[in-house]
Each structure stands twice: as structure tokens, then as C-alpha cells.
Design a protein around this ligand. Structure first.
Ligand code: AMP
Length: 278
């Protein structure tokens, strides 16, 4: 496994490979990330993983400085998976001083996470576009865990005619149902005990949907009520939307997806569940 730090060295190393599957990450890797890597490995000649905590997608007051990092451990995990190249660029090379261009997505990027975290998806769309141009993968892998991110990426890839196939990989969960996340380490023991209620709340909406409930308000209330029953009082949002446009739909259709965001003391967690599946 080769580590490339400069853009030039990455381009050079990439040119020796055939079809590339690409997994962009911010590091502090867990089984969820590795499930993307395994899928990429199975479907391509070679796999490139990037590790870059992208300052542009963190708002003022968010956790850029304290975002967990563990490069040495990440490298060992990726070597074990048989990854070909790990790209770990420096922020100064990605955003040099004269840098003034952004990729800004309207529509799907404006609701939920877009509304709660202004500028977040512009940061995501900009870095992912840059990484696609640098790595030039045939396929790129993203987690369903970040459902809105997947929708935003599919939108701008289509809109900007970027020649890459976007693959969405199912959410990887801990045994108790909590979606794996680099930020889970920042939950205190009491919060960690409560956190599986996020998945329970989504499952509650899914179960009502599968019994025939199609009223968005009823389903969203069921999510909020389940969180409250599990002593989670502060909820950023609990919504049912269309998975492509992220517009609220009522009555809810078969493709509807339930999403929520819950702030804990040191970490804000998000999760989602398509209503018709599982
Ligand atoms: P991050 O390092 O948080 O930017 O995540 C990198 C990629 O891993 C993104 O495409 C995420 O959606 C994906 N990912 C993160 N957590 C999970 C999970 N629990 N299951 C599946 N994919 C995940």
C-alpha cells in the first residue's frame, strides 16, 4: 500500500492502475468505512482511499479542531484490507491561498443538514469534485448513513457530467443498532446508552409505514415520541422526505425516507432509514 501526500504523486501512482474504486473519508476509520472499502475492492481493479478532514465543510463553532484523528491506526486498517493507495493531502495544497472556486448545489442541498449546517454541502460538493478530478475513479463509494450527502453528490455528478458512477453502501450499525460514526467516541457513557434510541425511533416509523400509515405528520411524531420516551429531549430534526429531492411529501410514498439529527453534549448524530425496506 502506497501513501501519497501530494496531488502530483497521487496522479502519478493512479496512472499505473486500471479501473479505480474510490472511497473518500475523513479518517478515524470504523467498520462502516471498511464496508465501503470492501465493496470497492470487490468491484474494481484497484482501490484508492482518501483521508482528509475537510475544513470547508465545517461551520464556525463546529468540531473541525476536535474531530477525532488516528492516521497510524487508519493506515494499518487499510493495509489489512488490501487498499492500493491512501491519499492524505495537506489542506494548503487542496485550498491554496488564491483559491476562490466553490461547487454550490441548490434544491436537495438546502433542506435538513443544509439548513442546520449552512455551507456544509458546498464544502462537501467542492472537496468531492476536487477529489474526483484528482483521483479520476470509475466508481466512488458513499454510505447511506449520510443519505442527504449521497443525494447531493448524485445531483452534482449528473449536473456537471462528471464521469463517475456513485455507489451507495448500506449503513453499518453496532450490535445495538447505533449507526457507526467517528463521532460516537465523543458520547459520554450515559449518552452512549441512550443513542440506540435513534435507530429505534426510525424503526418505529418504518413499522407504522409498513402497517399502512402514510401521514407524514403521524410518522414524524412517532419518531419524536420514541426519542422522548428514551429520554432524548433535544431533537434537531425528525423528517420524512423524498430520497432524491429531500422535499417533504404527504402522503408519504414507497420511496420515502425517515431522517433525524440529535445533538448530544459533544457530538451531533444523524441517522436515517428508508421506510419500505428491511
Ligand atoms: P466520513 O469519514 O464520516 O466522512 O465518512 C466517509 C464515508 O463513510 C461517507 O461516505 C460516509 O457516509 C461513510 N460512512 C460513515 N459511517 C458509515 C456507516 N456507519 N455505514 C456506512 N457508511 C458509513
Amino acid at each position: 500500500m502506497e501513501q501519497c501526500i501530494t496531488i502530483e504523486s497521487l496522479r502519478h501512482a493512479r496512472n499505473t492502475l486500471g479501473n479505480v474504486g474510490f472511497v473518500p473519508t475523513m479518517g478515524f476509520l470504523h467498520e462502516g468505512h471498511l464496508s465501503l472499502v470492501r465493496r470497492a475492492k470487490a468491484e474494481n481493479d484497484a482501490v484508492i482511499v482518501s483521508i482528509f478532514v475537510n475544513p470547508a465543510q465545517f461551520g464556525p463553532g463546529e468540531d473541525f479542531e476536535t474531530y477525532p484523528r488516528s492516521l497510524e491506526q487508519d493506515m494499518a486498517l487499510l493495509a489489512k484490507e488490501g487498499v492500493d493507495i491512501v491519499f492524505t493531502p495537506k489542506a494548503g495544497d487542496i485550498y491554496p491561498q488564491n483559491y476562490v472556486t466553490e461547487v454550490s448545489v441548490k434544491g436537495v442541498a438546502t433542506q435538513l443538514e443544509g439548513a442546520s449546517r449552512p455551507g456544509h454541502f458546498t464544502g462537501v460538493a467542492t472537496i468531492v469534485t476536487k477529489l474526483f478530478n484528482i483521483v479520476q475513479p470509475q466508481k466512488a463509494y458513499f454510505g447511506q448513513k449520510d443519505a442527504q450527502q449521497c443525494a447531493v453528490i448524485k445531483r452534482f455528478v449528473a449536473d456537471l457530467n462528471i464521469p463517475v458512477t456513485i455507489i451507495t453502501v448500506p449503513t453499518w450499525r453496532e450490535k445495538d443498532g447505533l449507526a457507526s460514526s467517528s463521532r460516537n467516541v465523543r458520547l459520554n457513557p450515559e449518552e452512549r446508552e441512550k443513542a440506540p434510541a435513534l435507530y429505534k425511533a426510525l424503526q418505529r416509523a418504518q413499522s407504522l409505514f409498513q402497517k399502512g400509515e402514510r401521514d407524514r405528520n403521524v410518522l414524524e411524531k412517532a419518531i419524536r415520541d420514541t426519542l422522548k420516551q428514551n429520554n432524548i429531549e433535544k431533537i434537531d430534526y425528525a423528517k420524512i422526505v423524498d430520497p432524491l429531492t429531500f422535499q417533504e411529501v404527504n402522503p408519504v410514498s414507497e420511496s420515502g425516507i425517515a431522517l433525524l439529527a440529535v445533538p448530544f453534549s459533544q457530538a451531533r448524530l444523524i441517522d436515517n432509514l428508508p421506510l419500505a425496506l428491511e
